[in-house]
Ligand binder design. Structure first.
Ligand SMILES: NC(=O)c1ccc[n+]([C@@H]2O[C@H](COP(=O)([O-])OP(=O)(O)OC[C@H]3O[C@@H](n4cnc5c(N)ncnc54)[C@H](O)[C@@H]3O)[C@@H](O)[C@H]2O)c1
Length: 273
């Protein structure tokens, strides 16, 4: 096996939500491997911090404020990337997440969940990947090469209890991943690939309220249930995603398109018995 299989030197990568926990790790790993990184995030300070960290480590990066839910904002971000480096080889649709208000609980029944909260979660997770794919995918179509990585979730295969909107939206991401893989290859170039990663359970700010008691930090019943159903016996750490991520971005996956790769410590394989 040669290193060329995983060579990403000189590639230009744009990652939405790259100011956050998981996608910033991906951005940094691409930078270490010689990619030029556009750190796209709604939050200017978060994007700048990650870009600064990449540059301090000797990498090449720009911070670009971008609302993944706004086509014009995506277009402005893409223009900034093209102005800087002239092309885009990798798009990571990382902006996404759940919202407490769109989650059932003893205080919030399914019947009372506000439509606005559900719409927000559906919109962020589905349209937040579709719109950047339209904008950056168009550049890849003109280049006749590129790779898009969507970020799915465990709840996309079988819905998890409580998180109704997030489950529906991530299931839609799997379908969109397959659809776009076929569409771009058939209509523009077989050298454009689209895949997704479905992370298992990673402890981050947006799911902490489900996994740990706010006061004591002890695992909730749900947190314990998850660990009990994860053969690896632990939550994931962001670094766990990097192997599958780099593989999907790299030439070693040149015949891999339209798949959703679980990185979940075995969660999705385990029936519970
Ligand atoms: N944390 C987990 O356990 C887990 C599991 C499965 C999937 N995921 C998915 O992984 C992805 C990243 O999650 P994370 O845990 O790193 O989240 P995070 O909350 O740490 O980061 C999300 C980032 O997205 C940015 N963002 C929010 N709305 C945006 C918008 N409209 N446009 C651009 N940027 C926006 C936020 O500012 C933030 O920096 C999400 O799609 C999430 O659904 C996370």
């Amino acid at each position: 096996m040669s290193d060329k299989l995983f060579d990403l030197t000189g590639k230009v990568a744009a990652l939405t939500g790259a100011g956050g926990v998981l996608i910033s790790m991906m951005a940094k790993e691409l930078a270490v491997r010689g990619c030029k990184i556009a750190v796209l995030d709604l939050m200017p300070a978060a994007a700048q911090k990650v870009a600064d960290e990449i540059k301090a480590a000797g990498g090449e990066a720009i911070a670009v404020v971008c609302n993944a839910l706004d086509k014009a904002s995506n277009e402005a971000a893409a223009a900034a990337v093209i102005k800087q480096w002239g092309r885009v080889d990798i798009l990571v649709n990382g902006a996404g997440g759940n919202k407490k208000e769109a989650t059932t609980s003893p205080e919030m029944s399914f019947f009372d969940i506000p439509a606005d909260a559900l719409k927000f979660v559906m919109e962020l997770n589905l349209m937040g990947s579709v719109l950047p794919s339209q904008v950056f995918g168009k550049i890849m179509a003109a280049q006749k090469s590129g790779t898009i990585i969507n970020i799915s979730s465990m709840n996309s295969f079988r819905p998890l209890t409580r998180i109704i909107g997030y489950s529906a939206a991530k299931a839609a991401i799997n379908n969109f991943t397959q659809w776009l893989a076929v569409h771009l290859a058939q209509n523009y170039s077989p050298n454009i690939r689209v895949n997704a990663i479905a992370p298992g359970f990673f402890e981050t700010a947006q799911n902490k309220f489900l996994l740990r008691d706010e006061k004591t930090g002890a695992l909730t019943a749900r947190g314990n249930q998850i660990i009990g159903h994860t053969p690896a016996g632990r939550f994931g750490v962001p670094e766990d995603l990097l192997g599958a991520f780099i593989w999907l971005c790299s030439p070693s996956a040149s015949f891999v398109s339209g798949i959703v790769v679980p990185v979940d410590g075995g969660f999705s394989a385990f029936s519970g018995v």
